[in-house]
Design a binder for this molecule. Structure first.
Ligand code: GAR
Length: 228
């Protein structure tokens, strides 16, 4: 019958384009999630601005199409660099772009072209600690709770409607490395969760806020640090 897929084949879902610059552990979390039966998204393209990004190997291992668009091939010409990325993403039929450790700042042109179809993961509880070295700065500031955020991208760096956050206690014994490890574990949980919620059509952007329809399991517990 038309529209039915042969048994055993994963039905196709929302087509993701994942942009990386390096290690790609968040990419791996998305690859693993997409491999689960019933996950409503698939990775159509992994695009890196660096040819030696380890994430490209992860994608190849999972038989996912890859592309390299190096900013170095477009010296002083960001519009051409971004147009090449845009063309690669559109050519692959991408519907949602996921920044996963992509370390170039995107221009308003690119961000607006992918308005509300472009998301990012950032290693802090935004709007605190935008930018780099978030774990060092969280420890230096003495915050008790740190974490990570998946949000829609807006032209200003690390700004935009928040989709999912996870909180991590900051321990007295933490150094930036230990804290980063615990935050990264949560990044690997919330990025697939955010993608799933979007792919299920449960995420609505209302002004600069996100409204998620329905209950998201595991979101009711409070975190107090130090424990009461
Ligand atoms: C992740 O911690 C991600 O949140 C961060 O870079 C790391 C990439 O790791 N992104 C940013 O700082 C963007 N502002 P990964 O390559 O292993 O996913």
């Amino acid at each position: 019958m038309a529209g039915l897929k042969p048994a055993g084949l994963k039905p196709s879902g929302l087509k993701l384009g994942v942009l990386i610059s390096g290690r790609g552990s968040n990419l791996q979390a998305l690859i693993d999630a997409c491999a689960q039966p019933g996950f409503p998204a698939e990775i159509a393209l992994v695009l890196s601005n660096k040819a030696d990004a380890y994430g490209l190997e992860r994608a190849a291992k999972a038989s996912i199409a890859t592309a390299v668009v190096s900013h170095r091939d477009y010296p002083g010409d960001k519009p051409a660099f971004e147009a090449a990325m845009d063309a690669a993403l559109r050519g692959a039929g991408v519907e949602l772009v996921c920044l996963a450790g992509f370390m170039r700042i995107l221009s308003p042109w690119f961000v607006e072209r992918w308005q509300n179809r472009l998301i990012n993961i950032h290693p802090s509880l935004l709007p605190s600690f935008k930018g780099l070295d978030t774990h060092e700065r969280a420890i230096a500031a003495g915050v008790r709770v740190h974490g990570c955020t998946v949000h829609y991208v807006r032209p200003a760096m690390d700004e935009g409607p928040i989709i999912v956050q996870a909180a991590v206690p900051v321990l007295g014994t933490d150094d930036p490395h230990a804290l980063a490890e615990r935050v990264l574990e949560q990044e690997h949980r919330i990025y697939p969760l955010a993608v799933r919620l979007i792919a299920e059509g449960r995420v609505r952007v209302d002004g600069e806020r996100v409204v998620v329809e329905g209950h998201v399991p595991g979101t009711d517990a409070a975190l107090v640090n130090p424990a009461a």
